[in-house]
Write a protein that binds this ligand. Structure first.
Ligand code: COA
Ligand code: MG
Length: 288
């Protein structure tokens, strides 16, 4: 069941692409993902940075992405090219800027200050991918109250690199962190996106991880390859069973025979007004 938090918008599938690769940038507007992240961090070599800037100006700046969110991932705060990367990124008028390797609230606050002149609706997204972020989670997420911070994004490769925890099928060792990050996001009405699945030829493994992320309550998954979009859209969207159940709940509460009842049983299961609210949200999201 999709979780409709206050800050909800459809973010089932968000695809990274290296800003150096013109061919993928040209394809981006036609893909069926909900968002695209143009990367200026780990997927590009420093000597290719000027080319990446040129690509962003030519292929992203004034391009219609058909309603997809456009996000640019910057390098870490304090890196040599940061100011120039930020200036180029702002000129492309993205929906959000994704800040990697956030360690504490002061990173978000410092970044917020740099965006004083930026349009009011420009969002900050933050990668949670360092041990520092894990121990400072609450203060980072609390920036959702008074900054542009809108979304947390899991970075599993860096988390594994910085902690020694392994990225394994089932993600048993990382689950405690993943759920803590989810709780922090929910406490401050932030969106939250699951991390990438590196083996992009293994669609079965990806599907299992998408199902897991959806049942943990994540809004969607970050992706590295177009072949991964379909599974993410399927697993993070409402299933046919969810839709059918929502319709049944609404019909049951609307039935005059049930007027005045705050709790009903449908086929042996209990449903309360809170389920009715969730059912209505789900049905209305299909009309958007
Ligand atoms: N976005 C859009 N299109 C992509 C893409 C992406 N992330 N990754 C691959 N494609 C395209 C390719 O351009 C290719 O298109 P073409 O047939 O028209 O040339 C098609 O999908 C098939 O690609 P494939 O040959 O299977 O993969 P590849 O070897 O070209 O690329 C990667 C593999 C991993 C290098 C590539 O998917 C990639 O760069 N992913 C994103 C990496 C990234 O941004 N990492 C940082 C965040 S973790
Ligand atoms: Mg990373």
């Amino acid at each position: 069941m999709v979780f409709f938090h206050k800050n909800w918008r459809q973010r089932r599938s968000v695809l990274y692409m290296p800003s150096t690769n013109r061919r993928v940038l040209e394809k981006a507007p036609h893909l069926d993902c909900d968002g695209v992240v143009f990367d200026l961090e780990d997927s590009i070599a420093d000597e290719a940075r000027a080319g990446a800037h040129q690509n962003l100006r030519e292929l992203v700046k004034d391009t219609d992405f058909g309603g997809k969110e456009r996000i640019i991932r910057l390098p870490q705060l304090g890196s040599a090219s940061f100011a120039e990367d930020l200036a180029v990124s702002l000129s492309c008028k993205p929906d959000a800027l994704l800040l990697p390797k956030v360690g504490n609230a002061s990173d978000i606050e410092a970044f917020q200050q740099m965006l004083e002149e930026a349009p009011a609706d420009l969002q900050i997204w933050a990668m949670i991918e360092t041990p520092q972020a894990l121990i400072n989670l609450k203060e980072i997420a609390a920036c959702g109250n008074n900054t542009r911070l809108n979304c947390l994004v899991i970075g599993p490769n860096d988390l594994a690199k910085e902690t020694g925890a392994k990225m394994e099928p089932g993600r048993e060792v990382m689950l405690p962190w993943l759920m803590q990050i989810l709780a922090a996001a929910r406490a401050y009405n932030l969106s939250i996106l699951d991390g990438v699945y590196n083996n992009f030829r293994d669609l079965e493994g990806l599907d299992a991880e998408c199902q897991q992320g959806a049942s943990m309550g994540y809004d969607g998954k970050t992706l590295i390859h177009p072949a991964q979009i379909e599974a993410a859209n399927l697993r993070f969207g409402p299933s046919e069973t969810d839709i059918k159940q929502a319709e049944t709940i609404i019909a049951a509460f609307d039935d005059p025979a049930n007027a005045g009842h705050a709790v009903l049983q449908i086929e042996g299961e209990m449903f309360e007004f809170l389920h009715l609210g969730m059912a209505r949200q789900l049905i209305s999201s299909l009309k958007d």
